[in-house]
Structure formats: structure tokens, C-alpha cells
Write a protein that binds this ligand. Sequence first.
Ligand code: ZN
Length: 588
Amino acid sequence: MIRLARQVLIIATAVALGGCAARPLVRAAAEPVPPLPPSAERAYQAVAPRFDRVTTMEVVNFMSDYWRLAANPGYNASIDHLRDLLISAGFSADGPADGRARVRVDAYEHEGRGWDYQRGTLSIDGEPEPLLSRDRDRVSLAINSFSTPAGGRRARLVDVGAGASDADFDGKSIKGAVVLGDGPLGPLWQQAVRQRGATGVISTQIAPYIRPFDPAKMTEEQKDVLQWGSIPYHAAMESFGFKASWRAAARMREALARGPVTVHADIASAFYTGQNRSLIAEIPGRSRPDERIVLVAHVQEPGANDNASGAATLYGLARALLEAIQAGALAPPERTLTFMWLDETRGSREWIAAYPAEAKLVRHMFSLDMTGQDTSRTGGTFLIEKQADPTAVWPRPSDPSSEWGSGNVKPEALRGSLLNDVHVTVARRRAAETGWVVRTNPYEGGSDHTVFAQFGVPSLLNWHFTDRYYHTNQDTPDKTSPATMEHVGVTVATSAWFLASADDADARVVLEMLEDAATRRLALEREQGAGLVAAATDRQGAEQVERQVIAAWVKWYGEAFDSVLTLPAGEASDELRAAVAAARARLK
Ligand SMILES: [Zn+2]
């Protein structure tokens, strides 16, 4: 129900909105292409024909063979493979800082440990067909599960329903058993293994947007879907956990209905204590090499779309940018472009801590996380999760949060910038040319843009949602679209190169773009605000909120106008300063 209501609202609002709100659902092809600043259009024209879908999809296929966790073989193989591809694309490995594009691997202390498994089979004793296995379900065994003794381990199966409270365990003999529950894996493990001495746990927990709960409404594919998970690492207990699909759980409960059940778990897993690693490639800036535009894709996790596609898209765009520069189709950037493939959040924090001087001069940041969805399979759309603006503080009908969940942003944390409007306009330019569907969502967090945003860098996320295969055993390369990765890659490459190289004339165009967006946004907020006040029971309270929203947007765009002054790689001209002052004066 929510989904339908929301779509109707978006169409209505999108037609009203220009600037920062993409016009979804309306095939952008029919709309005039928004004029990009001259340098951005040049970058677009230079990069677009050079994005290589084939090698980019090859990276997705390579990485999808592994459950990548920092310090495990799959993670390290992915880092090494990307490095080798970047070297063959023209990035030089280490060597002197001589202005050439270069690539290196930073290794650092890994506070956790790597894990992987070769065998993870769960069966009902006496039944040939396993309930869960690595070959079929890929990621059904929980991270941090320990190997069983040779030949596996047999144990009684005990069903505790949700298994989230003591009451669910009362009267049940848990010690040495394998416990089946519908609640989240972590709390189930605490209750069953840590507190009651179970030998292992099985959770059926799954997000509501992955599959219906009513089996009558499930497809055959949905009966086998499961979301991967982890249990706490505990060397003394040497326990294990599984995530079960609806079909596996139904088989266990049908067997329990017939009488006592013994399950057989056969696990071969391994832990790795190596260093964590980040792959870092840079195209040095010409005139302002100390200032950076940072682009990040996380490598860990087992999914094709999450996040082999982000890692692949970042490779594809870095390669296309370097090729365009080496071919003379595009000038080298004025500021340094820094591309990073790393362990999500940890790797970003490590870079900021290890390079404090560089981190202070990061101008803008792009996260690429789930950028390859074939939406005809996964559902959902491409989303630009905006740098936090007033829609991240005050829920607005025009800017719904994704089903992933809304962020928790305080008004005082908002700082206006040009990033959202510039990037959305570049994406709309791509959409107008290709029919690609682009939407935006308010800041929610949960990827590397959060780390840089907390460090004060204007940051945004390029992703897709709702993906019905999110964090599941079915997030496989057949759900990844090379065309989608090309759309995202060309768009992010254009925005990143532009923010690294814009000149004074470009800045003037950006200012006009921001002023237009501010006018549309304020008109929209006044219009939808009137509707909200009219529908409110506490009208005074609602009016107070609307005053706050308008004031926040005026502050936001005022700061965004100011940010134009530091966009040109050279000094801002007096004309530009005057134009910004005039725009500020008109803003109300
Ligand atoms: Zn991700």
C-alpha cells in the first residue's frame, strides 16, 4: 500500500521540481537536457564513449566468486585483481610522485579477523537432500562459524519460535541442541548458545522487502532466498549459525511436527589474521594537487551488486577518465582524483587518520555502493542519496526515504553545498540522453559517505533501492546490468572531474543552476507545507515546523551559493563574488 501512495505523490511533485529533484518515471528523453557547465559537458563527451562495460562486468564476475571479508583470500584476490587491471590501464604501481597516475595498496592493522568457509552443509539426519549447503545457498553459513569435527556434528533440533525472549526458551532442553528461531541471528545466539549452551543456531529472519511472509504469495525463487548474517566470534564455544530460507525452515518444522529431529551440521571454515588492505589509485591534480575529490567503493561482502558492482563501476570510471586524459580528449584535473577500494567504513576511517593533511583538503566525496542493479530483476531504481539537506531532518512528501530506513540528522549539522545539485544535474543529463531512471533520496547513511560527512566533507551516495536481493544468496551477477554501471560510471566520472577542474565561467553556470533550484525548492516547500498545515490537527505546531523548514532551506542555499566561490581551481573573480552576493540578497 505504502509503495503505491508514494509513487503517485512523486509524479505530482517531480513535475513541479527542477534543480536537485530528479524527475523519475517520466522518461527523461522527452525533457530538455539541462545545460551542464562547459567543462562538465566536455568531460561527459570525453568519458562517455570510453566506459568499457565488458571489463567492468568481468570485475563483477571475478569478485562474485568470493565471500569477501577483509583479510580473507577473496578480499585480497579482489584487491590484487583490481590493482593489476588498473596497472594495465595505465596507472603506475608505486614509484615516485612524478605527476603520473599511480596505484598502491595500503595495509594496516585489522582489528577484526577474516573468515571464510569451504563447506557448510546442514541436513536432517536420514534425509539425503541437505537443507542448506554452500554449493546451493552460497552464504547460508553465518560469518564466524567454526568448523565441526570430522564427519560433522549431530544434535537435537529445538524450535523456539522467535527466540528473542526468555519465555521462548522456557521448558525447552537447549544445552547441546541446535536451535531454530525466527528472530535475528545475534540475539538468538546470545540466548541459545551463550546463555544456554546450544551448539548452534538457525535463524529465518529476513527483511520485509525481500519476500512476502505469506508462502501463498511467494515465488519458488523466494522460497529459497535468505539474507546472510554473522554470529559473534567466540573461540571457546566454537559454535556455528545458519540463515535458513523459508523452504529449509518449513522442512524442519514439518519434520518436528512428525516427532523429534536430529540435524547434521558439516562445516569446514577458516579464520585469517592478516592485515586489512585498501587499494588507492590517484590521478594527480595539476595546479591544486593537495586538494582532492575522493571516490570510494567498498570491497567486502559477498554480493554481485553489493558491492562487486560498485568496485567495478569505480574501476570502469577511473580507467575511462585516465584514457580520456592520455588521449588528450580531456585535460588532467586541477585537483587530485583519489579512487579507493576498501573495507567499508574501516578503510575510510583509516585513510582519514593516516593522511590527516590530505583529508583536511578533501573537497567532495562520492560513495559507490550497489551501482549495478538490473532493476528489471531487482526492482527499485538508481538513487542519489543526497548530502544531508533539510529533507534529512524534516520528512517531506516530495522526498521519501527508502525502505532501508531514514537517517537521524540534526538541523545544526546541515551545511549547504553545491554537490547535490551539480551531481543530480549531470545524472539528469545522462537520463535525458538514455532514458535511464534517476531518483534522489534524503541522507540515510550506512556507507562510506557517512564517514566523510562526519569529517565535514560534502559527500553523497550512488546506490539502488529497494533491491529484493539485498544481502541475499541471490545477489548474483545475473542481477547486474553493465548498462546501469555505465550510466553511474559516466555520471560520477563527469561530476568528479568537473569538481576537480571547474573554472570561473563554470562556477557562474553552477550559481545560476543553484539559484534556479533554490527557487523551485522554496516554491515546492511552501506549496506542500500549506497542504501539511491544512491537514494537521495542531496547526500552530505545523506552521512552526514549516517556518523552520523554509528557514533551513534559505540557510542551506545561502551556504551552497557561497560554496561556488571555492569551486574554481583558480581564484574566484570579482564578477563571481558579486554574482554570489547578489544571489544571496535575492534568496528569501
Ligand atoms: Zn554495500
